[in-house]
Structure formats: structure tokens, C-alpha cells
Design a protein around this ligand. Sequence first.
Ligand code: VGL
Ligand code: ZN
Length: 206
Amino acid sequence: MKALILVDIQNDFLPGGALAVPEGDQIIPILNQLQKKFDLVVATKDWHPTNHGSFASNHPGRKPGEVVDLNGLQQILWQDHCVQNTRGSEFAPSLDASKIARTFFKGTDPKIDSYSTFFDNAQRKSTGMENFLKGKGVKEVYIAGLATDYCVKYSALDAIRLGFDVTVIIDACRGVNLKPDDSDKALEEMKQAGVRIVKVKDLSKI
Ligand code: VGL
Ligand code: ZN
């Protein structure tokens, strides 16, 4: 059994949003088509309280892009984004959400960030996605969404650790690229860990 994981397709990560991922909107029609190939589709929402420790606004004198220590973990500071129950944290209106069997929420604890769809950044608390997928007999996960160099990367690496067969559909993802080669480096890291990197056209057979 295979599942498609749609990572953080939320207004704030699209052009015009609070933490816009360049070209983030361009993957949405691709994702709408892609979902037709899968019997099981799950999604995540980055879902922060206003006092979240990843927001530069909660660290007086700090700016987005700076790195701080957040309860013992290195944390990049971001603009306020994906605040719970705001328009910015809603799925993009153009995303077909009708096939999403379950949405998992991450980044809810103000004291720790959560890039992966499976765990917080210290890998202590689960989002519930692992049990949900394993309970459905899923062995293969296909990952697409935002952003290649953060949430997609950490989700793929965790999925490998959890024993899934993992494929990232690269043209159905876009990166933040704080440094221009961040996404390329992320892809390399994922490959090293055993993640298969494919393009949508390679999936005609599945
Ligand atoms: C993400 C930065 C901060 C992501 C989430 O979805 O990749 N990036 N929060
Ligand atoms: Zn976030």
C-alpha cells in the first residue's frame, strides 16, 4: 500500500503569504493531478500558536533568518506564519482537498519547532502520522509539497528511519532557499539516506 503525503500546502507558504516559498503556487495543479494516482492521501498543516518559539517576533531584537537556541536546539527564526485558525494557515483554496483522508498538525508546541510530518525537531512527540499510515498497511510513502529544504527534507529522513520506502517527487516540491543551493543540498542529503528522488513523469507506471 502506498500513500501520498502533501506537506504544508498553506496560504502563508505561497507567493503573497507571510513566509512565501518562491513558485510555491506552481505545484498545486501538479498535486491535484498527482492525487489521482493514490488510494491514500494525507496532509500536514504547520499550525503554530502566536507565541511560537520559531517566530522572530517572540525574540526581542532578533530578525528572521537569525539562529537562536530554543530549549537546547538550534532554531532558525521565521516571520510569523501559519498561525492556528488564520487564513494563512488554511490550505491553498486551489488545492483539491477532497481526497485528503487525514490532516496532521505540527508545530503546535511553542517550545519546539516541527519540520517533519512525523515528529517534532527533537523527535519526542509524534504527530500520529506514523501510526495512521502503518495502521493502513502503508509501506511506501511519496512526499510532495513545501518546502524542499525544510519540511519535505525532514519528513523524508524521518520516513526512512521509520522503515518506509520513501520517494520525493521533486517537481511537486519547492524550496525556501535562504541560501541558493539549500534545496540541492537537501536533495543530496535525502539521496544519501536512501530516499528515491523522482519527477512526476517517472510515476506514469505506479
Ligand atoms: C516550514 C519553515 C518554517 C516548512 C515550516 O513547511 O517547510 N519552513 N515552518
Ligand atoms: Zn513553521
